[in-house]
Ligand binder design. Structure first.
Ligand SMILES: Cc1cc2nc3c(=O)[nH]c(=O)nc-3n(C[C@H](O)[C@H](O)[C@H](O)COP(=O)(O)OP(=O)(O)OC[C@H]3O[C@@H](n4cnc5c(N)ncnc54)[C@H](O)[C@@H]3O)c2cc1C
Ligand SMILES: NC(=O)c1ccc[n+]([C@@H]2O[C@H](COP(=O)([O-])OP(=O)(O)OC[C@H]3O[C@@H](n4cnc5c(N)ncnc54)[C@H](OP(=O)(O)O)[C@@H]3O)[C@@H](O)[C@H]2O)c1
Length: 465
């Protein structure tokens, strides 16, 4: 039997472990390197890799049944929106259950991933060791490198300025006059935390957002199967987006009303045209008068902040919930990088120029990332085993362009909207593409697209040394 190419997986967060589990069960030789001493990445509160953006009060905002892996349900004793500690324990149990923990090298960072002239990946670890692999799976996460406001706001501030990534505990907000900037999910959670303990909480935003509650009609908003016939249509990829958008708008209008009625700025877009801001609590705290909405920050003035409407407030802490940068510190920037968070890929997995590097969960879904990473991992495994063949390069690039055009046309222009996908549509389209690629692979006699060469090279190098 032809031997399969070897793979290196960077990271053992929820995406890396999905990749490792699939390669493990499908017989593809691999090593997974993880900086931390445990799996779970972002979901390990206080993770010693210092990359987690989790805070003490964090709960997921994609419901349990949406987030669980397909073959490992979360315990029924978990609530619909579990706490981060339950999510981290779930990932740990997953690795234990499927028995691949020993395949992960903990406390071992990938410092450099260089693609040699012969196409093999030369991986340099922070232990100083260098290893060769036929292929590389990138799962280093994209919510750990803070994006601060660019450019900085004019003026200077005497108080403290932190990014959401640095926020860990409501203690940090106690008795302070806090300005929270942003309208994404970090801003919602942190403003709500502040509203209980801070002296004043201001929620500043340069753009309004539709606020989607976690529950609608007594069930999680993202579980259409619990919302009857009409809602099932909303998760049906064969129904045009505009129709689903209108249905969701109606549901939100009925359950929430207009965000302006809570004092928030009018969104300049429709639901589904920005990454969803999900919060079951922000509107409640606004109606209690514990959060004061503001437009964007205009200027920092010592112990005060001036806002775009000319109002000035005393403040001693600003929390910038302004998103994250997509970065790969181990790649040479000229080889692979994501300027302004934009790295075009074929269906968010395959690089158009290199046939042996793949990305897991390098996307922003309307939905949860874990089952998507799992699906992507199977797709990569199909490819590495010769059971899926990519379309030819011209067709692949045309497909990428079409997808990008569609996304940029739909979404508000922002660095946070460079890799948006709809969960159900992505799953559906991926299944179809895998079937098409299986036909192409059959026509090509199931040839391996990436030959297994690294192991032999390693042995030659070992013998020569
Ligand atoms: C506050 C917050 C809440 C969120 N809530 C949700 C939610 O409810 N639902 C949802 O679906 N998504 C949510 N997300 C998105 C989040 O990105 C995913 O939940 C998930 O963490 C993605 O997993 P990952 O494995 O891709 O990345 P991460 O969880 O970031 O894991 C990456 C792993 O790679 C390791 N690593 C990185 N670089 C290296 C290297 N060079 N060498 C070795 N190891 C390396 C890290 O140590 C880490 O363990 C949230 C994000 C944030 C910031
Ligand atoms: N409970 C949860 O599950 C939870 C909690 C937190 C985060 N998350 C997830 O983590 C990821 C990151 O979320 P996030 O909220 O940290 O970041 P985000 O979604 O990128 O949101 C960033 C926000 O900051 C604004 N912003 C950016 N630059 C700005 C500037 N210079 N001036 C003023 N405003 C600026 C953006 O406005 P524009 O829209 O105008 O760009 C946006 O409102 C998302 O996937 C999110 O779903 C989940």
């Amino acid at each position: 039997m032809t031997s399969l190419p070897t793979a290196c997986i960077v990271g053992a967060g929820s995406s890396g472990i999905a990749g490792a589990k699939v390669l493990h069960e499908r017989g593809i030789p691999f090593d997974c390197f993880e900086k931390s001493d445990r799996v779970g990445g972002n979901w390990v509160f206080g993770n010693r890799n210092r990359m987690s953006s989790a805070y003490r009060t964090l709960h997921i905002n994609t419901s349990r049944e949406r987030m669980e892996y397909s073959d490992y349900p979360m315990p029924k004793s978990f609530p619909d929106f579990p706490h981060h500690s339950q999510i981290a324990a779930y990932f740990d149990d997953y690795v234990e259950h499927f028995g691949f923990r020993e395949r992960i090298a903990f406390e071992t960072g990938v410092e450099r991933a260089a693609r040699r002239d012969d196409g093999l990946w030369e991986i340099t670890l922070d232990t100083g060791e260098t290893r060769l692999y036929d292929t590389l799976l990138v799962a280093n996460g994209h919510h750990w490198n803070p994006r601060w406001p660019e450019p900085r706001f004019p003026g200077s501030f005497d108080g403290q300025e932190i990014h959401a990534h640095d926020y860990t505990d409501p203690k940090m907000l106690r008795d302070r006059r806090v300005v929270v900037l942003g309208m994404g999910n970090s801003a919602m959670d942190i403003a709500v935390d502040a509203s209980y303990v801070a002296e004043r909480t201001f929620l500043a935003a340069r753009r309004g957002a539709h606020v989607i509650p976690k529950y609608v009609g007594g069930a999680p908003v993202d579980q259409p199967w619990r919302h009857g016939r009409l809602s099932a249509v909303m998760a049906n990829p064969r129904v045009p987006f505009k129709v689903r958008q209108r249905l969701l708008e109606r549901a939100i209008e009925q359950h929430v009303g207009r965000v302006e009625d809570y004092g928030l700025p009018t969104p300049d877009h429709r639901i589904g045209e920005a990454h969803p801001t999900v919060s079951g609590r922000i509107l409640d705290r606004l109606t209690h008068g514990t959060i004061t909405p503001k437009p964007n920050i205009a200027e920092l003035r010592g112990d005060r902040v001036r806002f775009d409407d000319g109002s000035v407030e005393e403040a001693d802490l600003i929390v910038y919930c302004t998103g994250y940068k997509v970065t790969f510190p181990f790649f040479d920037e000229a080889l692979i990088s994501a300027p302004d968070n934009d790295l075009p890929l074929f269906r968010r997995v395959f690089h158009p120029d290199y046939d042996n590097v793949f990305f897991l969960s390098l996307l922003q879904p309307l939905g949860a990332t874990m089952p998507l990473a799992e699906r992507q991992a199977h797709w990569i495994a199909d490819y590495l085993r010769g059971e899926y063949a990519l379309p030819d390069r011209a067709a692949l690039r045309a497909d990428m362009e079409r997808e990008r055009e569609r996304m940029f046309k739909r979404y508000v222009a922002s660095k946070r909207h460079t890799m948006q996908i709809d969960y159900d549509d992505y799953m559906y389209e991926t299944e179809r593409e895998c079937r098409r690629g299986a036909e192409r692979a059959r026509a090509r006699g199931f040839a391996l697209p990436v030959p297994a060469r690294a192991a032999a090279r390693r042995e030659e190098q070992g013998a020569a040394a």
